[in-house]
Design a protein around this ligand. Structure first.
Ligand SMILES: NC(=O)c1ccc[n+]([C@@H]2O[C@H](COP(=O)([O-])OP(=O)(O)OC[C@H]3O[C@@H](n4cnc5c(N)ncnc54)[C@H](OP(=O)(O)O)[C@@H]3O)[C@@H](O)[C@H]2O)c1
Length: 269
């Protein structure tokens, strides 16, 4: 094992992490990487059976994990998740604000007020609410927060313009929270994933559409949850302690600034 890997493993061992939406997809991969390095993990999701399975898999692999079933749009949810982490593990070191959703698919011109509000809120408020609750409960010195944005956040998106606006709000909040929490030794960063093979993005990576998207990625493949989990671990880990208020794009080079493919094909059609 190299020194950098050993430092990383030592860093996570004995600490506690909350991964929202950790029951599936990117969040599940992040939870797995944390648990295997000795961090205790609190996962959440709405589907109890899927959540139970994820927790059991982590425990079967020797990890320490609990699940807190619930919907992040429930105003009591952040306190419940943070309280469970404190109660079970006695500390909170890492937050990965990953769960998100979109209630609108289509043009911004056609989005009604309810879908607009729900989508912007779902992509920004849960991260803020969990961060507030964790900060009040006492984030340990050296804690780190990673918000999962999207590579689409700063791009024109034909069919998910409201979702990407919610992600851009999340990025703005990431900047401000990095300023507010920095003096406490807590970093706050965001990751902008490209297209990742999860349930959420199934319509993009399947079939002809997936083949077309793959050709636009310089690395000639779409992303896997593990690609994002590696980047999350870096931002939470010992080698990123002076990385703060940063957006890290992880997309195989697909959306490089000024690149020919800076305009996304629709996601939620
Ligand atoms: N996949 C991509 O291509 C891609 C690209 C850019 C950004 N992202 C971002 O990456 C993050 C994870 O996406 P993913 O692709 O891993 O999604 P996913 O596979 O659909 O998983 C979403 C996770 O969030 C949970 N969740 C969803 N809505 C919830 C709610 N209202 N309350 C509580 N938990 C909820 C889900 O569990 P339940 O359904 O059981 O609640 C699940 O654990 C999101 O922020 C997404 O915007 C994804």
């Amino acid at each position: 094992m190299g020194q950098a890997n050993k430092d990383t493993d030592d860093w996570f061992s004995g600490k506690a992490a909350i991964v929202t939406g950790g029951s599936r997809g990117i969040g599940r991969a992040v939870a797995g990487e944390l648990a295997v390095r000795g961090a205790s993990v609190v996962l959440n999701g709405r589907d109890q059976a899927v959540l139970d399975l994820a927790v059991q898999e982590l425990r079967d692999a020797g990890g320490s994990a609990i699940g807190v079933q619930g919907d992040f749009l429930d105003p009591e949810f952040p306190d419940r998740v943070v309280g469970a982490c404190q109660e079970e593990f006695g500390r909170i070191d890492f937050l990965v604000n990953n769960a998100a959703a979109s209630s609108h698919s289509g043009r911004v011109l056609d989005c009604g007020p309810d879908a607009f509000r729900d989508t912007i809120l779902a992509n920004s408020w849960p991260a803020v609410a969990i961060t507030q609750a964790a900060a009040a409960a006492g984030l340990a010195e050296g804690s780190a927060i990673v918000n999962i944005s999207s590579a689409g956040a700063r791009r024109v998106h034909e069919l998910a313009g409201v979702y990407t606006a919610g992600k851009l709000a999340l990025e703005s909040l990431t900047f401000t929270l990095s300023r507010e929490l920095g003096p406490r030794g807590v970093t706050v960063n965001a990751i902008e994933p490209g297209i990742i093979r999860t349930d959420m993005a199934g319509t993009i990576w399947n079939g002809e559409r997936g083949a077309a998207e793959t050709r636009l990625v310089p690395m000639q493949r779409l992303g896997l949850p593990a690609d994002i989990a590696s980047a999350v671990l870096y931002l939470l880990g010992p080698h990123a302690r002076w990385v703060n208020g940063t957006m890290l794009r992880v997309d195989g080079g697909r959306f490089h600034v000024g690149g020919e493919s800076a305009h996304m094909i629709g996601v939620f059609e």
